[in-house]
Design a protein around this ligand. Structure first.
Ligand SMILES: Cc1cc2nc3c(=O)[nH]c(=O)nc-3n(C[C@H](O)[C@H](O)[C@H](O)COP(=O)(O)O)c2cc1C
Length: 169
């Protein structure tokens, strides 16, 4: 793709490495959704959190599905390939700081959810943990995954329609 515009000056990084992880163009062309969590289990069983914004939720009546974009070097992507499960959780603004703590605490074997000040909640139908403070939780099982294009570091994963949807409103 040929890009005929330079990065505008007003687009400055509000967290370190932002425009290494994402292209600045994504903030203009593919405006991200509100943030949410993808939670999974690490190889040692510890809860893992991925603060996520490139996702698409669609559905009708009692069938809903999530299409999420993951970096292929993320723990979450590896956890989903290994266990085929994840939960989606929508945090509220009052937990904004803790949401970003999960990124700072990102490591191989730790419980990122508890360490960031959230509460791990046991799911009903999958093994991937939920975050109790999230008002909406979805329990998902992998249907398919695919790179965005050949050799892309972004992978799209879709679940086979939510198994459970929890709301605390
Ligand atoms: C606002 C925001 C949105 C993000 N969206 C995504 C996303 O859609 N997909 C992704 O893989 N990482 C996304 N990230 C980066 C991950 O949250 C970050 O790399 C995280 O530490 C990965 O955790 P993991 O390695 O445990 O999966 C986002 C980060 C922020 C701050």
């Amino acid at each position: 793709m040929k890009i005929a515009v330079a990065q505008p000056e007003y687009l400055i990084e509000d967290w370190p490495g932002k425009y290494d992880v994402f292209s600045w163009l994504e903030y203009i062309v593919t405006v991200p959704n509100p943030i949410f969590f993808i939670t999974t289990r690490k190889p040692n069983g510890a809860p893992n959190a991925n603060l996520n914004s490139w996702g698409f939720l669609i559905g009708e009546k009692d069938n809903y599905s999530s299409l999420i974009a993951l970096l292929n070097n993320s723990h979450t992507y590896q956890n989903i390939l290994r266990e085929g499960e994840w939960c989606v959780g929508f945090p509220s603004f009052q937990h904004y700081r803790q949401c970003f703590e999960t990124i700072r605490l990102n490591a191989q074997d730790n419980d990122e959810i508890t360490e960031a000040g959230f509460t791990v909640e046991l799911p009903k139908s999958v093994q991937a943990p939920r975050i109790a403070e999230c008002s909406i939780n979805l329990e998902c099982r992998l249907a398919w995954h695919h790179p965005l294009y050949e050799n892309s570091r972004w992978h799209l994963s879709q679940d086979e329609s939510y198994i459970w949807l929890w709301m605390k409103l």
